[in-house]
Design a protein around this ligand. Structure first.
Ligand code: FES
Length: 273
């Protein structure tokens, strides 16, 4: 059993939890994920590691209330226990050797971009973080990102934080200002990662994106995270979740992501009843 040692509501639909899981905390690296199950009858869901504290033995997860399990999880509190918390799974991001990196987080993707920025910063890279949200009430991890980046730009679609724009526009502006990035990391909705990848392709900048959002069972069994990368079939949970953004077939991934929307909604509605 794995104790919830901290719960923090980051915005109306996003919750942070720190879980007491010393063995996972000892090994976890940015880019990896865990599988959790609340109870015997619950489904297993994959969630990307948002942070870890090797000394305290805790692993941080940040999730959006999108379906039955995440809603049930959000009803749990500090002191409650999860039945299963397994990991770290997936391939860790390769972050060594970069001098100047733009880390781009879209919405909840910021929670996954954060540990990447933190590690790059610790490795001595110059980190420019760009995060984007629909409006100012949805902004998460601003202070945390500030601490691990040399420059942080937070943009909102509606301009309610005083900085209207999309992350792709901000990134383009920074590149056009003369910033020479040797890597761009983009994590967020598929359409946003596609837009960033299209942009960086024009400039010839290596780009890593995370396909964690299409994972289902996280074990390589369900096939839900199948995608085409450079003409080859890959599985996000086994071969990723990080991939070269210039090689992903985003159109196919977008089609597949929408396949189970109705079932997910039905399940969520049942839980809400
Ligand atoms: Fe099921 Fe990858 S999430 S095969």
């Amino acid at each position: 059993m794995f104790k919830i040692v901290k719960k923090q509501v980051l915005n109306p639909t996003v919750v942070l939890m720190e879980i007491d899981a010393p063995f996972i905390a000892r090994k976890a690296e940015p880019g990896q994920f865990i599988m959790l199950r609340i109870s015997e009858s619950g489904e297993r869901i994959p969630l990307t590691v948002a942070d870890y504290d090797r000394d305290k033995g805790t692993v941080t997860i940040i999730y959006q209330l999108v379906g039955k399990t995440t809603r049930a999880l959000s009803e749990m509190n500090e002191g409650d226990y999860l039945l299963d918390f397994v990991g770290p799974l997936g391939t860790a991001s390769h972050l060594d050797g970069y001098k100047k990196v733009a880390v781009v987080g879209g919405g909840l993707g910021t929670a996954i971009a954060y540990p990447q920025a933190k590690k790059l910063h610790a490795l001595g890279a110059e980190v420019h973080a760009i995060t984007g949200f629909r409006n100012k009430d949805l902004i998460i991890l601003e202070k945390e990102m500030e601490k691990v980046s040399n420059r942080l730009i937070v943009a909102t679609d509606d301009g309610s934080n005083g900085n209207k724009g999309f992350v792709t526009n901000v990134l383009k502006q920074l590149i056009d200002e003369g910033n020479k990035y040797d890597l761009v990391i983009a994590i967020g909705p598929l359409v946003m990662m596609r837009a960033v990848s299209n942009l960086t392709k024009e400039y010839g900048i290596k780009t890593i994106i995370s396909m964690n959002s299409i994972m289902v069972d996280g074990t390589g069994m369900c096939g839900g995270c199948r995608l085409t990368v450079g003409g080859e079939t890959k599985f996000a949970c086994v071969d990723g979740p990080d991939f070269d953004g210039h090689l992903i077939d985003f159109d196919e991934a977008l089609r597949r992501q929408g396949m189970y929307k109705n079932q997910e909604k039905e399940s969520g509605d049942r839980h809400a009843c």
